[in-house]
Design a protein around this ligand. Structure first.
Ligand SMILES: Nc1ncnc2c1ncn2[C@@H]1O[C@H](COP(=O)(O)OP(=O)(O)OP(=O)(O)O)[C@@H](O)[C@H]1O
Ligand SMILES: [Mg+2]
Length: 341
């Protein structure tokens, strides 16, 4: 649906230049809710603006729905842009227009009939839960309601893609949740592919199926949300993941284990709906292995759970090997870790 191939973006200043994107490769499939996360200045907004050609790459190709944007005529480009909606952190509503007029704007610009506009805007306001606000003005609305107007406006021309640049960053956690729920409905009901930029991992956790982590103009890690959350590789990714999933042992527990003379632990990781995999319960019962759960964390991601346990295993080495092999066969990922304070 969206492909970025070896994208570079250099902003020329009078005396210096900023290399904002350095060889970005990214593929977003139809129906994805693709999250891009990174600290301030990483190049996220630059990346998202390339997709609707608000910004042109210095080098590399942007391909949307199979079309190379650089090869399109001005007319063809306008058509492609109509299929891409965008919402912003500060909503970008026209303060002097009513909510109805704001949502109608893209339709007015593409010269649709009055009747069609009325029907479509009413339907959209109903979809975002603001039917009763049609004749109000933006300054009479809360932040969450304004973003709902932004979403309705972005959907007006039936886009295939929705770009969201920090769309929930100005909202409180509860309102953020309701906007994310709405975006998920947009994705499910209309089959719209979403590219979402954020600096909050909890946003990615709640609605994305894939994620890319950016740092200083580069993508340092990408993959499915379950994979990246379960096995973050890069230090920055680990820092982001730590804000929602406790993949690492807390310092206090490390200290306590060290005091007890325990240095080696088994780290188990499993995706599923149960707190403890049935296979582990079975092994404890049948093989009578002795384990102590030193730490566990369970995080809900995409209608399932990512569970992480740190176990201390007491018993013969041969039994331990057998247990590890058995668990691995049942899809549990296992790693030997050193507590090392
Ligand atoms: N129009 C511009 N002219 C010059 N430099 C720019 C321009 N836009 C962005 N930059 C620079 O490019 C780099 C990436 O900026 P970008 O806005 O893409 O980051 P970001 O990840 O969106 O950050 P934030 O989280 O703060 O929004 C920064 O160093 C920024 O100063
Ligand atoms: Mg930005």
């Amino acid at each position: 649906m969206i492909e970025l191939q070896d994208i570079h973006k250099v902003y020329e200043k009078k005396k210096s230049e900023v290399h904002a994107l350095k060889g970005i490769n990214l593929k977003i499939d139809k129906g994805d809710i693709f999250g891009v996360i990174g600290y301030s200045g990483a190049g996220k907004s630059t990346l998202v603006r390339l997709v609707n050609y608000l910004e042109r790459p210095t080098k590399g190709d942007v391909i949307v729905d199979g079309k190379y944007l650089a090869k399109q005529s001005a007319k063809a480009l306008r058509q492609i842009k109509k299929e891409i909606g965008m919402i912003f952190q500060h909503f970008n509503l026209l303060e002097s227009k009513t909510i109805f007029q704001n949502v109608a704007m893209p339709l007015i610009l593409s010269k649709r009939s009055k009747q069609e506009i009325k029907q479509r805007v009413t339907e959209l306001l109903d979809f975002v839960g603001l039917k009763d606000k049609a004749s109000h003005y933006p300054n009479e609305l809360s932040g969450g309601q304004k973003q709902r107007v932004g979403i309705a406006r972005a959907l007006a021309s039936n886009p295939k893609i929705l770009l969201c640049d920090e769309a929930t960053s100005a909202l409180d956690p509860q309102t953020t949740q309701s906007i994310l729920d709405l975006l998920k409905r947009v994705n499910e009901k209309y089959g719209i592919t979403i590219l979402l930029i954020t600096h909050e991992m909890s946003v990615i956790q709640k609605i994305c199926n894939k994620v890319a982590v950016m740092e200083q103009g580069e993508i340092i890690e990408q993959g499915s949300v379950l994979e990246v959350f379960g096995h973050p590789k890069h230090k920055t990714t680990k820092n982001f993941v730590q804000t929602v999933v406790k993949t690492e042992l807390p310092e206090k527990i490390k200290q306590r284990l060290t005091d007890k003379g325990i240095d080696r632990l088994l780290k188990l990781e499993m995706v599923g709906t149960e707190a403890m995999p049935p296979i582990l319960v079975q092994l404890i019962r049948d093989d009578q292995i002795q384990i102590t759960i030193e730490f566990m964390d369970m995080t809900e991601i995409q209608d399932t759970n990512l569970a992480i346990w740190y176990l201390h295993f007491d018993g013969e080495e041969s039994k331990r090997e057998k247990v590890i092999a058995n668990l691995e066969q049942h899809g549990v990922r296992i790693e030997e870790v050193s507590v090392g304070v």
